[in-house]
Design a protein around this ligand. Structure first.
Ligand SMILES: Nc1ncnc2c1ncn2[C@@H]1O[C@H](COP(=O)(O)OP(=O)(O)OP(=O)(O)O)[C@@H](O)[C@H]1O
Length: 231
């Protein structure tokens, strides 16, 4: 089922006197239970597209339709509510809070999200999520004692603890070696399927593409190639 559609998105930035069109009419439909990988040369517009789809930047023209509603026509507060309740984010670096334990990182996310749970249910949910990413045994650890791969597992759990429908991942494996990258992408793939979410991921890592359902190649602000994976 189509959850998200990006219709004819254009984005222009003004640098001094110069106007530059960075996205030149991008159209894309994202389905539930699917990983879409955005690839392309540096500067082709991948991160701009990701942040626009996530409602972190406005469009110059076009529409972002999420669950039948046009996000591009919403005010900041309406967009913030969708972000807080329906979207999760993972970046190149885990951005964990140094003075919070693994368990507390997830707890904090539940406290600030729109996801309302009673305290005892919160604890159960945190445990369940940590179990899913294989980090329950380290729930009392601080980030400084975790490996890069473990930190990313916690960051993924934190991104999904409030049960969002979409996961936005910007270079989630870029700071990891090949073995850890594979573990992290396998985890993202498994969670995308098991939780039936949609994952939109920017990556430079060709090895990661085998785990995507759809690969979208961008060049100079347009989609030049779209391929459904055989997996
Ligand atoms: N806020 C901004 N103001 C002006 N120009 C911007 C802004 N954000 C991005 N750009 C420009 O838009 C172009 C696309 O940037 P973007 O970060 O989307 O590319 P990318 O494909 O994600 O690149 P990379 O792989 O290097 O991260 C670049 O030329 C960049 O300099």
């Amino acid at each position: 089922m189509s959850l998200f559609s990006i219709n004819q998105i254009r984005k222009t930035f003004t640098n001094g006197e110069v106007e530059e069109e960075i996205l030149k009419g991008i159209t894309l439909t994202l389905k539930e239970g699917e990983i879409i990988a955005l690839v392309g040369a540096s500067g082709s517009g991948k991160s701009t597209l990701l942040t626009i789809a996530a409602g972190l930047q406005s469009v110059t023209d076009g529409q972002i339709i999420f669950e039948g509603k046009n996000m591009s026509a919403m005010n900041q507060e309406e967009i913030r509510k969708i972000r807080a309740s329906q979207f999760g984010f993972v970046f190149q670096f885990s951005h964990l809070v140094p003075f919070l334990t693994v368990e507390e990182q997830l707890q904090l996310m539940l406290d600030v999200s729109e996801y309302q749970l009673k305290k005892d249910e919160q604890k159960k949910e945190v445990n369940r999520m940590l179990e899913l990413v294989g980090m329950n045994h380290r729930k009392n650890a601080y980030p400084s004692s975790l490996s890069g791969g473990e930190k990313q597992r916690v960051a993924i759990a934190r991104a999904l603890i409030h049960q969002p429908k979409v996961l936005f991942a910007d270079e989630p494996t870029a700071s990891l070696d090949s073995k850890r990258s594979k573990e992290v992408i396998l985890l993202i793939r498994q969670l995308t399927k098991d939780l039936n979410i949609t994952t939109l991921m920017v990556t430079h890592d060709k090895e990661m593409l085998a785990f995507a359902d759809t690969i979208v190649k961008m060049s100079d602000g347009v989609i030049v190639h779209k391929k459904e994976s055989i997996k």
